[in-house]
Design a protein around this ligand. Structure first.
Ligand SMILES: Cc1ncc(COP(=O)(O)O)c(C=O)c1O
Length: 450
């Protein structure tokens, strides 16, 4: 079957293309917690696709909403025009957004969301007559998508090194992963809140706080291997930003929509950022969509400072608030609410945590860390062959155990749909445990993962 597909034509993103094409891993359908492969196997989805199918695959209400919308109106512009679904969608999102965040700018994915938020931050200060605030601060090991803005504030060398200097005026805080002090933490790590103070004492002081427009952080750094904020760290960041008039942006592309058992990580941590970037679970990934939710005062600053009948913010995408995405999003919000999926995720976290930590002591397990329905399992790297061990586990889970996991470097990162039940949690972790128990010092598969 796969030969007939001519796999050579598709240049695959964030993939070891040659390795994949030597033995393609093809998913052909999906329902609930499972994918089905082209050879008819049911694969348990331990990653909600890419941290995005929070309500499980092919939810009938979401499918129906998309089908109906496609038949009613395929597309309408939102530049100087409108359609009811996009306004309804914005209100639906605000109904679960952190308090005070009540204006929504739509885009198509997380990368566009990040670039949009950075632009809003820069323009906001300028519109207020504070054009000196142009500096943006991100973190080491942050992933904020692949736009030039997101790559600049992101902290992953591989995502930056080929693309020149990207944005000027960006600096980075240290990431808070500290295995030496926090290994095998359950929930939030104890040590490291002082890194927020260092940020104030060193970076902000170095640049002068009056030049910093915004700080952007993922409440949990997901893509680089589940780096959790130490206790009190995010609260300190909020206070520091407040002290210096700096906007705080939470990139909640993976933490939004119930991943921690609350609508957003902002709710979980009890912090209100100035902007939240979201995508992925926004439409249960059924149609691409991203959004930036902003404080009303930020939005009103644009409205109140532009002359009448002029465009207040020069930014937008052809597909901002696309009718199909809007319909999918409204249905998704309804599913989250009517099925109580955030509470369901919260109720599953203790069983999930036990299962994660049952891996402690297995061969090559260096650390496990978890919060909500997210965990990272960090493995000892094969000397001189970073990524080889985790990628080997990934392949064996897929081919031999019918389980989909995700790896980054030598870290396994799991984020199942919120509907996962106890039996499926046990299946997921016993598959990983079985594979780890048979790990060789140097695995046969030595191809790099993304
Ligand atoms: C925190 C974060 N921000 C931004 C993005 C980029 O989102 P997208 O791939 O939809 O552009 C991701 C993707 O994983 C992410 O995890």
């Amino acid at each position: 079957m796969t030969d007939a597909l001519h796999t050579e034509h598709f240049w695959m993103p964030f993939t070891a293309n040659r390795q994949f094409k030597s033995r393609p891993r093809m998913l052909v359908s999906a329902s609930g917690m499972y994918y089905t492969t082209d050879d008819g196997r049911k694969i348990l989805d331990g990653t909600a696709g890419l941290w995005c199918v929070n309500a499980g695959h092919a939810h009938p209400k979401i499918v129906q909403a998309i089908q109906q919308q496609a038949a009613t109106m395929d597309y309408a512009p939102v530049f100087q025009m409108g359609h009811p679904k996009v306004f309804e969608a914005a209100s639906a999102l605000v109904s679960i957004a952190p308090e005070g965040l009540n204006r929504v700018f739509f885009c198509n994915d997380g990368s566009e969301g990040v670039d949009t938020a950075l632009k809003i931050a820069l323009a906001y200060h300028q519109v207020r007559g504070n054009g000196i605030r142009t500096r943006l601060i991100g973190r080491e090991r942050a992933y904020h998508g692949v736009g030039f803005g997101g790559v600049a504030v992101g902290g992953i060398a591989g995502n930056r090194k080929h693309f020149g200097p990207t944005l000027a005026g960006v600096d980075h805080m240290r990431h808070p992963l500290d295995i030496a002090r926090n290994a095998f933490s359950r929930g939030l790590p104890e040590h490291g809140a002082e890194l927020a103070d260092q940020f104030e004492q060193r970076l902000i002081a170095l640049h002068d706080p009056a030049t910093v427009a915004a700080v952007i952080v993922e409440p949990i750094q997901g893509s680089t291997g589940v780096i959790l904020p130490p206790k009190g760290y995010l609260q300190k960041l909020r206070a520091i930003c407040d002290r210096h008039g700096i906007l705080l942006i939470f990139d909640e592309v993976i933490t939004g929509f119930g991943r921690l058992g609350a609508p957003f990580a902002a709710d979980f941590f009890g912090i209100v950022p100035d902007m939240v970037v979201c995508a992925k679970g926004l439409t249960n990934a059924a149609v691409p969509m991203g959004a930036v939710i902003v404080r009303q005062e930020i939005h009103d600053t644009f409205m109140n400072n532009a002359p009448e009948n002029t465009i207040e913010f020069f930014h937008g995408y052809t597909y901002s608030g696309h009718p199909l995405a809007s319909a999918a999003m409204i249905a998704t919000m309804d599913v989250y609410k009517s099925e109580g999926l955030f509470d369901r995720a919260a109720a599953s976290t203790s069983h999930f945590e036990e299962a994660v930590h049952s891996l402690k002591g297995l061969p090559y397990v260096k650390d496990v860390r978890n919060l909500g329905l997210i965990c990272g399992i960090e493995l000892e790297s094969v000397p001189g062959k970073p990524t080889a061990r985790a990628f080997d586990v990934f392949l064996k889970c897929f081919w031999d155990k019918n389980v989909l996991i995700r790896t980054t470097g030598d870290i396994i990162a799991l984020s199942p749909p919120l509907i996962i039940d106890k039996t499926q949690i046990d299946q997921l972790f016993s598959a990983i445990a079985d594979v780890l128990k048979t790990q060789k010092a140097v695995p046969e598969t030595e191809t790099a993962s993304a």
